[in-house]
Design a protein around this ligand. Structure first.
Ligand SMILES: [Zn+2]
Length: 301
């Protein structure tokens, strides 16, 4: 944020800002930064687009003039998908209220939720989710109280998530997850495409999937392992010291937990998976149409 907004470098009051203050500030600054010119505003109106929709289309086409040069059918297709996702998400959120929250989360993510301390016998299978204010959003079922700065610790049982965590970090670290697959991310106005897990900055990240895979590095924050035999791609984000090997096997080191490319500054591993090995190697990070797998249901590791 400091790099983009240099006027904040010496802003003494910054340390008292809530996350909502930051969000409001950034969105007001972005409105100024990404405002279309007067001529573009006219052309946008002429095309029948709202400013919000046009801003969303910048994600795909980069500049207002590129957006304006697209055929209408192309723009309609993208916006239809965008709103379809939002409507599906709202539909799901509509049936989530306090009383059904646990059940809804349980059925959607195949996990069991409990706010209570789990019985000792099961403690190894519980995942601790500290509330994470960066993902605060009023309708986010996991972090629903973060907006009011009330901290809740939900523990949810998910054997597969714990298995995955142990395969990645080893058995000596308590499985700690800071965000789940499918949670609403106000930052990206879409769904979180993976699971965020924390083992401590610099922890070795091991390849948890059975069998060998091919390593790709489409961007500095992203390492993808493509497993041709399963036709799946596995995404590991934010690592430092990424492996130089072009293929990896189960248990091989992929790198160290870090915060590369991560706007919030906290080290964690974002793990996601997608169908196929020949499609784009960097979706699952920012397209936010929830085309990634639900990793709590997939059984490869
Ligand atoms: Zn993530």
């Amino acid at each position: 944020m400091i790099k983009i907004y240099p006027q904040l470098i010496n802003e003494e009051s910054l340390k008292n800002w809530t996350y909502a203050d930051c969000e409001n500030y950034i969105s007001a600054e972005n409105d100024k930064l990404f405002a279309p010119s007067a001529k573009e505003t006219d052309l946008i109106k002429e095309k029948g687009l709202t400013l919000d929709d046009t801003r969303y289309l910048l994600k795909y086409f980069g500049t207002y003039s590129n957006v304006l040069n697209q055929p209408n059918e192309e723009l309609i297709k993208i916006l239809t998908n965008h709103y379809k996702f939002k409507l599906d998400y709202l539909e799901y959120m509509n049936y989530v209220d306090d009383s059904t929250f646990d059940n809804a989360l349980s059925s959607l993510f195949n996990v069991k939720v409990s706010a209570a301390t789990p019985p000792a016998a099961y403690i190894d299978n519980y995942v601790i989710i500290p509330t994470f204010p960066y993902y605060a959003y009023p309708n986010d079922p996991v972090h629903k109280d973060a907006g009011t700065q009330n901290y809740y610790t939900y523990r949810y049982q998910s054997e597969k998530a714990v298995e995955l965590y142990r395969a990645i970090y080893g058995s000596g670290t308590t499985p700690t997850f800071t965000n789940i697959w499918g949670a609403y991310s106000s930052y990206s106005n879409g769904a979180h495409e993976g699971i965020d897990m924390v083992g401590g900055a610099g922890s070795t990240i091991k390849y948890p999937v059975n069998g060998s895979g091919t390593v790709k590095k489409p961007r500095s924050a992203i390492l993808v392992v493509q497993k041709t035999s399963a036709s799946k791609s596995f995404f590991f984000l934010h690592m430092t010291n990424r492996t130089t090997s072009s293929t990896v096997n189960t248990g091989d080191s992929l790198g160290k937990e870090g915060n590369i490319g991560n706007g919030d500054g906290g080290a964690h591993l974002h793990f996601a998976m997608e169908d196929g090995v020949t499609t784009s190697t960097h979706s699952a990070t920012n397209n936010h149409d929830l085309d990634s797998f639900n990793p709590y249901k997939y059984n490869v590791y």
